[in-house]
Design a protein around this ligand. Structure first.
Ligand code: OKP
Ligand code: ZN
Length: 343
């Protein structure tokens, strides 16, 4: 397995986020990455590979031009408006508002954000851009050689829509990887999202397409972020009908419940016959995770990796959530090791 590493990840360095009515240090922080890197290097003895710069086209294939332009310039606009802390939205064009074309950065932040938990900092675009290059490089390698890859990057991507950021995500790395393999000749690609939170970004991006299957196993959005998406009756539209599978699970689920959901995902994958698989690898379903309430154990992550490996698909793993510094490294390593044991 090749591990592509976004060494510019720490350019995105939010100081804090609102949590239970107080500012707390960001859960999605730069300390996560060296922890995961070291645990993975120890467990699977893979070499770290620097991403190649494939430019903007593979990003433009997923994200809207005005959104990309906004992300590239948001920090400059924020500082020009005389602000010094991290950039956050505070007002949104919700139903009942007439709209208008406000130019102020505070309006633009609300226009492009769907949640208030995601700071934009000086180096956010740089980190996200190189994160995309990391997963594009992984896609390129895996599609070309068949060998699995792991894109070790942050910020994560699976909540990002074509024109919206939120949930700590800016560019949808899994979607960019899937689309890149299609550009390289794949006819059908599947995205399997095992992060604790629903993968709303890829669902929306591919909702009307039949060539990318999106599957997400996650906490029931009735009680968990992103709340307004991720329900079982969302199955795709037009050409995409039947190519989206949501598997919401009740809060507190352990591997007995989670594994049953995963079995449904495996069944769908087997019948769908993808040419390649992108795994949106969040490990925040572990019991020690701070903002989540599932109860998976490190051994369970090993089993998950094995079951993915047993499918025998060309596979890219891309890093999503996982915030408990004591365990994230072990959990990511357990998935990758399990994959290699049975691939
Ligand atoms: C990102 B990923 C509480 C806000 C929580 C929502 C969770 C984002 C999860 N302060 N933000 O899917 O792990
Ligand atoms: Zn998550």
């Amino acid at each position: 397995m090749r591990v592509f590493f976004n060494s510019r990840h720490d350019a995105h360095d939010g100081a804090g986020e609102m949590h239970h009515g107080r500012m707390v240090p960001c859960f999605e922080n730069a300390r996560r990455i060296p922890i995961i890197r070291d645990a993975v290097a120890h467990a699977i003895k893979a070499q770290l590979v620097d991403p190649t710069d494939h430019g903007m086209n593979p990003i433009r294939a997923i994200h809207d031009p005005d959104y990309i332009d906004f992300l590239e310039n948001a920090w400059d606009e924020w500082t020009k408006a005389g602000k010094s802390g991290d950039a956050f939205p505070y007002v949104w064009p919700t139903a009942g508002f007439s709209g208008g074309k406000p130019e102020h950065i505070s309006a633009r932040l609300g226009e492009y954000a769907f949640s208030s938990d995601t700071p934009i900092t000086k180096g956010t675009w740089r980190a996200a851009y190189w994160g995309a290059q990391t997963v594009i490089s992984a896609a390129e390698a895996t599609w070309g050689t068949g060998e699995a890859s792991f894109a070790l990057t942050r910020p994560p991507g699976h909540h990002a829509h074509a024109n919206r950021y939120g949930g700590y995500c800016f560019l949808n790395n899994a979607a960019i990887a899937a689309q890149h393999m299609i550009a390289k000749g794949a006819k059908k690609v599947a995205i399997l999202d095992i992060d604790y939170h629903h993968g709303n970004g890829a669902q929306d991006i591919f909702y009307e397409r039949g060539d990318v299957l999106t599957i997400s196993i996650h906490a029931d959005p009735t009680h968990q972020f992103p709340f307004f998406m991720g329900y079982a009756n969302e199955t795709g539209r037009n050409d995409g009908q039947g190519a989206n599978l949501n598997i919401p699970l009740p809060g507190g689920s352990d591997f007995a419940g989670w594994g049953a959901g995963f079995a449904k995902a495996m069944q769908k994958l087997l019948t769908w016959q993808a040419d390649a698989l992108v795994v949106a690898l969040g490990v925040d379903a572990h019991e020690a995770e701070p903002i989540c309430d599932f109860k998976l154990q490190t051994d369970d992550f090993n089993r998950i990796g094995q079951m993915i490996g047993r499918m025998g698909l060309k596979t890219i793993f891309t890093m999503e959530g996982g915030y408990a510094h004591d365990v994230i490294g072990h959990n990511v390593a357990a998935v990758l090791k399990g994959y290699l044991e049975l691939a």
